[in-house]
Design a protein. Structure first.
Length: 215
């Protein structure tokens, strides 16, 4: 089914989409899709979605790790692939154009992020948007990446979340509990990250809803 009025908004996990609740209208339908983390999950889900529906626009959204030292936590950043007609609205909302690198793993340390900045020249790192935009390009569907910086280029994450992931890249809460039990001093940093996640998700949803309303 083809609909130029359909906008598909992809997030990897529910925490990113928590506050995104736009109003669909007859002339503009919004579909939210959770892809799961990582390129393989994102590819499988978006291919299935596009086999069922042909939207006028796909947005791939969520958190990103900052690689550009000038990007503070909470800054919304974006890129476009094709005629999305979002550029002016995103700039007006306070979002900043950026170059993204689509990685296979979470960049958990400042050293890793510095290396990615040097080797890729990207401003931010994520794990799904690159593959989603590539697939949309093959289908001749405009796409855009809109993400919020959760951890800056100088931030080390409290834990190595790659080692706490299941094979499908979802978080293994048993491993997480064990890691916290072994390092209780990390609890305060994890709670701070949880608060930051909440605030960044709110900021991202504000921009997305404002931009979609304008377009």
């Amino acid at each position: 089914m083809s609909s130029s009025h359909l906008v598909i908004v992809c997030f990897a996990v529910k925490e990113e989409a928590r506050f995104f609740n736009p109003h669909s209208e007859p002339e503009r339908k919004i579909r939210t899709v959770l892809t799961g983390m990582g390129q393989r999950n994102a590819e499988n889900v978006i291919r299935n979605v596009l086999s069922e529906q042909r939207p006028g626009l796909v947005l791939t959204c969520g958190f990103a790790g900052g690689l550009n030292p000038e990007f503070e936590r909470g800054r919304v950043i974006f890129s476009e692939d094709g005629e999305t007609h979002l550029h002016s609205a995103l700039l007006a909302s306070g979002a900043t154009p950026a170059l993204f690198h689509c990685a296979e793993q979470v960049a958990t340390t400042a050293a890793q992020k510095r290396n990615l900045r040097q080797t890729t020249g990207a401003d931010a790192v994520e794990m799904e948007s690159g593959i989603i935009c590539n697939i949309c390009r093959a289908y001749a569907i405009p796409s855009g990446t809109v993400r919020v910086v959760l951890d800056t280029s100088d931030d080390d994450l409290p834990l190595d979340f790659n080692s706490l992931a299941k094979p499908d890249l979802s978080l293994d809460y048993g491993r997480l509990a064990w890691a916290v039990a072994k390092s209780p001093q990390k609890i305060s940093a994890l709670l701070r990250l949880q608060r930051q996640t909440h605030l960044c998700a709110v900021r991202l949803s504000e921009v997305l809803i404002a931009v979609i309303d304008v377009t």
